[in-house]
Design a protein around this ligand. Structure first.
Ligand code: GLA
Length: 395
């Protein structure tokens, strides 16, 4: 397979495909190797990343692995580097799957992101308890955190290029979430986590990552948090907004304002977990709180046999508008990562309700590009652009 088609052919193919996809969205089914690669299309602007599951990076899902290799130049592990996977029991590390993930990224010359060192979810209960099952002391938990971060980051020193060090530390109002990390250690758990990671690999880029940062109170909370860490000399190099978005939330103005505000922090900005949920939800602005669940309800799962044309069109338009904004902010935006390769694998098939047929990504269940794939390739931000990469250094 030709991974890097010559530019002239790519340009012709893109123009032809875009025309076909615009006129006959349902008919455009080009061969995989004729598709322009997303990573090439956006190469002048930002990296295009994807979250991988184990079937994909081990090649068991050959189609998923092939799509990942062809279209993306950065990868994040969907689950295998979370605490529960890496250290399920005290001192018992299991790096088998994470090693395969890193090897996949190296084989394809990708920018490898580790996800995630400190989070309140997918972290075993023992981490926060003493032998009697009572809450662990500050000293014990800090030592467990240091031990975990040091072991994990040291193992992949020089191979994993960046880490989501702390994930989802904020409440919706911008205050610190009362996670066991905060309650048992205190506010300095964030600074300590970044410092431990930096000591283990001084070259690795270290990020803070969260969802719903487009809502003003939480966005302001993230900005306060980053400024505080910067003022204290803590090594923080990037801020990731997950962007598990919907068709009608957040507004483009919210996304625009968020990328602009984050761009002024002088660190890298990333969209880290992009997907666009088109299914109905009864509640608004739930962001991506993994603790939020809904009971099974067929009314919330209307597209089990595929997306109606109007919804497919709305998804394309939404993606095109988002990518227009990303290109506008390309000077500060380092990477846009999709949370999954195809609709078959997305976590939204099981959140916030089990058994959904979700359609949030660019590739359908068969791995075919959807109209949204072509829509983002046709985007141009127009004359209004932020200034060229200034304060942000290239990796
Ligand atoms: C959050 C986490 C991700 C993932 C998603 C849902 O956004 O950061 O690791 O768990 O929830 O899959």
């Amino acid at each position: 397979m030709n991974l890097n088609p010559p530019p002239r052919r790519a340009a012709t193919t893109l123009a032809t495909l875009l025309a076909a996809a615009t006129v006959h969205p349902g008919l455009a089914q080009p061969a995989a190797e004729d598709l322009p690669a997303l990573k090439d299309a956006f190469q002048p602007h930002f990296r295009v990343g994807v979250a991988l599951n184990e079937a994909q990076f081990t090649g068991r899902d050959a189609r998923g692995a092939q799509l990942a290799a062809r279209h993306f130049n950065s990868i994040t592990p969907e689950n295998v580097m979370k605490w529960a996977s890496l250290q399920p029991a005290p001192g018992k590390f299991d790096f088998a799957a994470a090693d395969r993930f890193v090897e996949f990224g190296e084989r394809h010359g990708m920018f490898i992101v580790g996800h995630t060192l400190v989070w309140h979810s997918q972290t075993p209960a023992w981490v926060f308890q003493d032998e009697a099952g009572a809450p662990a002391s500050r000293e014990v938990l800090l030592e467990r955190m240091r031990h975990h971060i040091t072991n994990v980051v040291t193992r992949y020193r020089g191979r994993v290029h960046a880490w989501d060090v702390v994930n989802e530390a904020l409440n919706e109002d911008g205050s610190l979430r009362p996670s066991p990390w905060l309650r048992l250690i205190g506010e300095d758990y964030l600074a300590r986590a970044f410092t431990f990671a930096h000591e283990a690999d001084p070259q690795a880029e270290l990020y803070y990552n969260d969802y719903s940062l487009e809502n003003a109170p939480k966005r302001e909370g993230a900005i306060r948090l980053v400024r505080k860490l910067q003022a204290a000399g803590v090594p923080i190099h990037g801020l990731g907004t997950q962007q598990h978005v919907k068709l009608d939330w957040p507004t483009l103005a919210q996304v625009d304002a968020t990328l602009a505000a984050f761009g002024r922090l002088g660190i890298k900005v990333m969209v880290t977990e992009l997907d666009v949920d088109v299914l109905p939800q009864r509640t608004r602005n739930r962001g991506a709180d993994v603790g939020f669940r809904l009971a099974a309800d067929p009314a919330l799962n209307p597209y089990t046999n595929g997306l109606p044309t109007d919804v497919q069109q709305a998804l394309s338009t939404r993606y095109a508008e988002l990518f227009r904004l990303y290109r506008k902010h390309a000077a500060v935006l380092d990477r846009v990562t999709f949370w999954g390769v195809t609709d078959r694998d997305t976590w939204l098939n099981n959140w916030p309700m089990a058994g959904r047929t979700a359609h949030p990504l660019l590739f359908d269940r068969a791995g075919q590009p959807k109209p949204a794939f072509f829509a983002i390739l046709g985007t141009d931000p127009g004359p209004e652009r932020t200034s060229p990469r200034a304060a942000v250094s290239a990796p």
